[in-house]
Design a binder for this molecule. Structure first.
Ligand code: GDP
Ligand code: MN
Length: 389
């Protein structure tokens, strides 16, 4: 789960990571009052969306006075922000963060994540901050400094000093970097984060360190332990279909292809997508309907798949282990009728009561193709999606 920058900065503050003075605002906020609370004339207005790249897309504006503040806020609020990290539709802006301006001497990069290769937490630091870190890593790998944390001894002071040195920091800045790194480390552990990124971490005109941007991702699997974090969720920033799927206990992820996939079990779903790809097709989604599937879930799954107008054919691949194939077949028939599915549906069933299941699916008069073999089913759905059945 992602949160907004202003929420991440509130968490930073609680963990001793310095951030600029700032307040969130929506379309009902009295901006003049807000500006006087911040105690200044000039400020920065930042669109609050769950995506980076706002700077280049007009989502970060400097305002020298209340008039410019109102103009900037009005332009952003109610609009959709399109950056290189969003799709073409962008994300809705319903809040902005108004911050006191800061003079920037230099922009650094600092993040903390889980390195899967070493199975450890890893800091990534770079003096090339403010830029797209993937580009820096690609073009100037020597400018990236990575530090692995031993989970038994935790973050060590010498590691912080090394990072400070690599970032070109001196004197009191080294201490402040350690404080920031320790704050990130503790926040990461306490709240089960999966990534914390500060880009840019700046050195101000007066030589202080300040987190000018803040991005935190949380491990979805641990959210049950953190109601305070879950309360920060903003569904407007997430994929509508993925939100709907969560409500029905379906694991659904939107993809870019035209073949809808409905499978039970995550591993089987991945294998099915691979096979579709192998046969020259492109999956429109990942969908795991889970082990204990019933008619209601199958119906909801069809609704989700069909709400994507790119979908030209559907492949259902169910292994009846816990559930019986005839029950699944009934569910599929019911769903096709309820949801008025008209595009071709290829079904491959295997497992308990498979004969009864297949019998139910034959001669239905529907646009339905029962297949005994997965490889053949994948070929068939790819052909049907191309309109060459
Ligand atoms: P992102 O583009 O979505 O990652 O948004 P950031 O918060 O990182 O802002 C992008 C850029 O805007 C930063 O790299 C800074 O150069 C600039 N910026 C952001 N806040 C301030 C500020 O308070 N003062 C100044 N001068 N520049 C800022
Ligand atoms: Mn940034």
């Amino acid at each position: 789960m992602n949160i907004h920058e202003y929420q991440a900065k509130q968490l930073f503050k609680a963990y001793g990571i310095p951030v600029p003075e700032g307040l969130p605002a929506d379309k009902n906020t009295d901006l003049i009052n807000l500006l006087s609370q911040l105690g200044g004339q000039s400020c920065v207005v930042k669109a609050q969306v769950h995506a980076g790249g706002r700077g280049k897309a007009g989502g970060v504006k400097l305002a020298k006075n209340p008039v410019e503040l109102r103009e900037a806020a009005q332009a952003m609020l109610g609009s959709r922000m399109v950056t290189h990290q969003t799709d073409a539709k962008g994300l809705p802006v319903s809040q902005v963060l108004v911050e006191r301006t800061t003079g920037i001497a230099c922009e650094l990069y600092l993040s903390l994540l889980v390195d899967r290769g070493s199975e450890r937490m890893m800091f990534i630091a770079s003096a090339a901050g403010g830029m797209d870190i993937e580009t820096v890593a690609h073009e100037h790998p020597e400018r990236i400094y990575a530090v692995l944390i031993n989970p038994i001894v935790g973050l060590q002071s010498y590691q912080c000093r090394n990072m400070a040195y690599r970032l070109g920091l001196k004197g009191a800045q080294t201490k402040s970097l350690e404080k920031i790194a320790r704050g990130m480390y503790q926040l990461f552990l306490d709240k089960d984060a999966s990534q914390i990124e500060i880009n840019p971490l700046i050195v101000t005109d007066s030589g202080d360190l300040l987190a000018l941007d803040a991005k935190i991702n949380f491990d979805d699997n641990a959210l049950g332990l953190h109601p305070d974090i879950l309360a920060l969720k903003d569904p407007s920033q997430e994929d509508l279909r993925e939100n709907a799927a969560q409500q029905f206990g379906l694991n659904y992820i939107t993809l870019e292809g035209n073949i809808g996939c409905m499978v039970n079990g995550a591993g089987l779903a991945m294998a099915t997508m691979d096979l579709v790809k192998l046969k020259g097709g492109k999956p429109a989604n990942f969908l795991d309907v889970g082990g204990g599937t019933n008619v209601e879930k199958v119906c909801e799954a069809f609704k989700l798949i069909l709400s994507d107008s790119n979908v030209k054919a559907v492949l259902v691949n169910i292994f009846g282990g816990i559930v019986k194939c005839d029950v699944i077949a009934q569910g599929i028939l019911e769903a096709i009728k309820q949801v008025h599915v008209t595009i071709p549906v290829v079904v491959r069933l295997e497992g308990t009561n498979v004969e009864e299941g297949r019998a139910l699916l034959s001669d239905t008069g529907l646009n339905l193709y029962a297949s005994e073999d997965l490889s053949h089913a994948a070929e068939q759905v790819v052909a049907l999606a191309r309109g060459v059945a």
